[in-house]
Design a binder for this molecule. Structure first.
Ligand code: GDP
Ligand code: GDP
Length: 440
C-alpha cells in the first residue's frame, strides 16, 4: 500500500534533517553541521493524528554547480514529483535568500500543495520573522523550531489535513500500487522508456566515483492507478555508463524482478530478439511475474502493412515460453504509443492477481478432461478429483489427481490452455500443480 507522501524541501542547511528526525521521532537521518550533508532522499514511515504517511527528506535543492549538488537537486525534483504535499522549509535566522526564490520557482511548477514553514524560530515571545516569507506566494508561513520542537505539532496538523485520504490510502489491497520492473539488455532504451512514461525530461544522475546508490523506486499516479517503478536509479545509471551485463547488473535485475508484479521487458526493434533477451525473459518467467513485452525504437523500423505481424510472429517463435505476454510497439524517443504501456501493465497486473470461483474452475476442468481425456499409460489414466486455486500473483492451481506421474507435459499445456481460454490470464504465467489424492 502506498501511503501519502510528505516531502521536506528547501535549500541546504535550513534544518530539513532536524525536522525530519523530529517527525519520525528518532535519530534516523544523519545530521551534520556541514551544509548539505544529507545526500539522497531518505524515506521513513510516520504517523500524526492517526494518519499514517511517508516523510521524505530531500537532501536539499542545491543551487551551486558542482556535480554532487546537481545530483542532490535531481533527487529533490524526484521527491517533489512523488510527493502529495510539500513542506517548503526556510530559515528564519537567515531570512529569505535568492536560493529560496529558486526553490520556490521549482515548487510553483510542481503544482502541488505547498506549506511554507519558517524554521529556527527558537523563541515565540519575540516578534516572529515570518512576514517577509509571505512574498513567496504560498500562503501563511508557519513558524517553528525543529531543534526545540516548537510548533511542530501545528505544522503537522496542517500537513496531514492536506494529505489525500481516499480509499486508496487506507489499505484496500486492490488499490495497492502496481510495482513494475523495467528490464532488458543495455541500450534497448529502458531509461528512455522510464522517462517517457514519467512524462518528463531525462533526469541526469551523475556517477562520481564511489557514490554507489541504493535502489530508488519511483512513484507515479495516473488516473485511478498508482505505479511504483522499481530500482530506477540502477536503470538510469546503467544507461550512463552502459555497463555490460555482468554479475552485478544481473543480480540487480533479478532482485528488481522479484519485487515486481509486472516485468516490462524492453526489446530493441532493430536487433530483434536476442539470446540475452531470451535469458532475461526466462528470469521473469521463472520468478512467476507478469510480463509485458515492449518493442522499442519502432521509429527506426521501415514499416509496411505486415511489419507488426511479422514482429509478433518472430516474438512468438523466439519467446514462445512467454507467449501469454502482450506486445506493445512504441518509440521511447518520439513518444509514439508510449501511453499504451499503461493499459498493458494494468491488464497484466489484474490478471496476475485474478481469482476464479472454485465451482467454475472445477466445472471447466471436468469438461476439459471429458473433451480430451488424458492419454493412458499401460491402462492407467490421469483422473481429476478436485481442483482449487491455491494462490494469486501468479494464479496457481492445485489439481488433486489419482497419480501426478500420469500427467504428460502436453496434457499440462492443454489444461493451461483451457484455463486461459476461459479466463484469459493475459500477461501472467499460470502455475498448475498436481497432487496425489486417493479416491474415496
Ligand atoms: P538541512 O541541510 O536542511 O537538512 O539542515 P540540518 O537539519 O542539517 O540543519 C542545519 C543546521 O541548522 C544544523 O546545525 C542544525 O542544528 C541547525 N538547526 C536545525 N533546526 C534548528 C532550529 O530549529 N533552531 C536552530 N537554532 N538551529 C537549527
Ligand atoms: P538503456 O541502457 O536500456 O537504459 O537504454 P537508453 O534509454 O539509455 O537508450 C540507449 C540508446 O537508445 C540511447 O542513445 C537512446 O537515445 C536510444 N533510444 C532509446 N529509445 C529509443 C527509441 O525509441 N528510438 C530511437 N531511435 N532511439 C532510442
Amino acid at each position: 500500500m502506498r501511503k501519502p507522501i510528505l516531502a521536506i524541501v528547501g535549500r541546504p542547511n535550513v534544518g530539513k534533517s532536524t525536522l525530519f528526525n523530529r517527525i519520525v521521532g528518532g535519530r534516523a537521518a544523519v545530521v551534520e553541521a556541514q551544509p548539505g550533508v544529507t545526500r539522497d532522499r531518505i524515506h521513513r514511515e510516520a504517523e500524526w493524528a492517526g494518519v499514517p504517511f511517508t516523510v521524505v527528506d530531500t537532501g536539499g535543492i542545491a543551487t551551486v554547480g558542482d556535480d554532487m549538488a546537481a545530483r542532490v537537486t535531481a533527487q529533490a525534483r524526484r521527491a517533489i514529483e512523488e510527493a502529495d504535499v510539500i513542506l517548503f522549509l526556510l530559515d528564519g535566522g537567515s531570512g529569505l535568500l535568492p536560493e529560496d526564490h529558486e526553490v520556490a520557482e521549482i515548487l510553483r511548477r510542481a503544482a502541488k500543495p505547498v506549506i511554507v514553514a519558517v524554521n529556527k524560530v527558537d523563541r515565540f515571545d519575540q516578534p516572529l520573522p515570518t512576514a517577509e516569507f509571505y512574498e513567496l506566494g504560498f500562503g501563511e508561513p508557519i513558524p517553528l523550531s525543529a531543534r526545540e520542537g516548537l510548533n511542530v505539532g501545528d505544522l503537522l496538523d496542517e500537513a496531514v489535513a492536506l494529505l489525500p485520504r481516499d480509499e486508496a490510502w487506507t489499505g484496500d489491497a486492490a488499490e495497492e500500487p502496481t510495482s513494475v520492473a523495467i528490464i532488458g539488455r543495455p541500450n534497448v532504451g529502458k531509461s528512455s522508456l522510464l522517462n517517457a512514461l514519467l512524462g518528463e525530461e531525462r533526469v541526469i544522475v551523475s556517477d562520481a566515483a564511489g557514490t554507489t546508490r541504493d535502489a530508488v523506486d519511483t512513484f507515479l499516479a495516473r488516473g485511478e492507478r498508482r505505479y511504483v517503478f522499481i530500482d530506477t536509479a540502477g536503470i538510469r545509471r546503467k544507461s550512463r555508463i552502459s555497463e555490460p551485463i555482468e554479475r552485478y547488473s544481473v543480480q540487480r535485475a533479478q532482485k528488481a524482478i522479484s519485487r515486481a508484479d509486472v516485468a516490462l521487458l524492453v526489446l530493441d526493434a532493430v536487433d530483434g530478439v536476442t539470446a540475452q533477451d531470451q535469458r532475461i525473459a526466462g528470469w521473469a518467467e521463472e520468478a512467476g511475474r507478469a510480463i509485458v513485452l515492449v518493442v522499442n525504437k519502432w521509429d527506426l523500423v521501415e514499416k509496411s502493412s505486415d511489419t507488426m505481424d511479422r514482429y509478433r510472429e518472430a516474438i512468438r517463435r523466439e519467446l514462445g515460453f512467454v507467449g501469454y505476454a502482450p506486445v506493445v510497439f512504441l518509440s521511447a524517443r518520439t513518444g509514439q504509443r508510449v501511453s499504451s504501456v499503461f493499459p498493458a501493465i494494468d491488464r497484466a497486473r489484474d490478471e496476475f492477481a485474478r481469482r476464479v470461483p472454485t465451482a467454475e474452475l472445477n466445472r471447466l476442468l471436468q469438461d476439459a478432461f471429458l473433451a480430451t481425456p488424458p492419454p493412458s499409460d499401460r491402462g492407467r489414466r490421469l483422473k481429476l478429483l478436485y481442483a482449487t486455486q491455491a494462490a494469486v500473483r501468479p494464479p496457481t492451481f492445485v489439481l488433486f489427481v489419482n497419480d501426478p506421474e500420469l500427467a504428460t507435459n502436453a496434457y499440462r499445456r492443454y489444461l493451461e490452455n483451457q484455463l486461459r481460454r476461459a479466463w484469459g490470464f493475459v500477461g501472467t504465467p499460470v502455475r498448475i500443480i498436481l497432487r496425489r489424492r486417493e479416491a474415496r
